[in-house]
Design a protein around this ligand. Sequence first.
Ligand SMILES: [Zn+2]
Length: 498
Amino acid sequence: MPHHVSSRSKRSNQLHKRIISLFFLALFNTIVSAQQYDLVLEGGRVMDPETNLDAVHNVGIRDGKIVRISSEALSGRRVVHASGLVVAPGFIDLHQHGQDLASQRVKALDGVTTALELEIGVPDVAQFLKAKEGHSLIHYGTSASHVAARSLAFSAPLPAGAILPKSGPATDRPATPEQIERMRERLGKELDAGGLAVGMGIAYTPGATRLEVIDMFRVAAERRVPVYTHVRSGGRVEPGSSIESVSEVIGAAAITGAPLHIVHINSTCSRDTLECLSLVEGARAHGLDVTTEAYPYIAGMTAINSALFNPGWQEKGITYENLMLPDTGERLTKERFDALHNSSTTQMVVIFSNTQEMVDKVIPHPLVMIASDGAEGHPRNAGTYSRVLAQYVREKGTVTLMDALRKMSLMPAEMLERSTPAARQKGRLQEGADADIVVFDAGTISDRSTFQKPMEQSVGVRYLVVGGTLVMDEGKIVPDVFPGRALLGPGKRSASHD
Ligand SMILES: [Zn+2]
């Protein structure tokens, strides 16, 4: 036996080993790239409102994230052929009251991947988050409710399932300093439980003084979260006009430093919406953090026994004839109104308070993001996003497709960044972003919900991806998938990091 292998044959052995290992490495890479992505959206018109990308590309998704956007062929365990379809960030609805599965389904069919209850907020944040965990088709979240905190401070908690109280002492009377302290404490606890903002419906708590409103903005400012609010009043009669009401909350934002989001400026300001928008514009021009939203319908909807219909409501430009019951289409008379307003049973009522002409001016306005204010009984629950794409982008041509996507995804995501850094990964179709994606046919997308049939599903969304999971496939809801996750405010996030 030789004492040693010659150095030459040693080197040649090493070379062989190296060639073999390179071969296996190449084979391994081929296998990996063949299954590189969980999901590939192939050949769609990829649109990103932040970078203005608008090109035919393939999108590779892995572990809930957009990993690759490329013109190269990508392979995945599932490949969706998206040619002829728009691939865009999933729509983010900052203002969605209907949080049950029936509403989530119609939202998904309308292209929505995140729907948040921020206007008023739920009465119990922890309970809401617990109930939805693992049972949600799309992402969810809520604000901490001033309306509910006030009801508790007056020892008149909201009935189960309600977010608005019947008008009474808890809505109409001014609070004592002790009651305001109880509200502050309650809001703090609700923010600790994961609330994304302070939600206010000042029109539903007309007893709240200007100072109470400022005190609630102070809670938001201390906790570094925004205030989302339905303002105090509408109409032109002073005091109490829509201009005064918008000025009140802009003032509270200026005094406290809390970012402010004014909900549904279209329905609050109706005939004076352009003037209200000029107030928002002026506040922003002077450095205030104020944003707003609208929905593309001429009617609103609310609870008829709420304080919004306290005496004096007709001075705001609404008559009995403008009020309609959603289930039957019945228009109200004084007698019928009185009975429903005085009842402790909550009945929703549709309010025809705006003109098509005004709505058509508001939706294209560059400061206006789209939010639905959705709940069962009003077609905006199911149709808001498709309606903007059908009516304003396709038919009237007053909003470009990219601007519509910006109003429905990027702008709300940027607003949400005031509450959570997780929103930086949403509202964008970019590598590294969350895989919350809508794939739709821009030529046919349409709302079908009407005031007669408010839950009729939109058509034209072909695929919807939520956190990397397909929840709509070839135009249909995928059964038994619940990838929706909570978006949490800084109170809960820091508590969970401690
Ligand atoms: Zn409202």
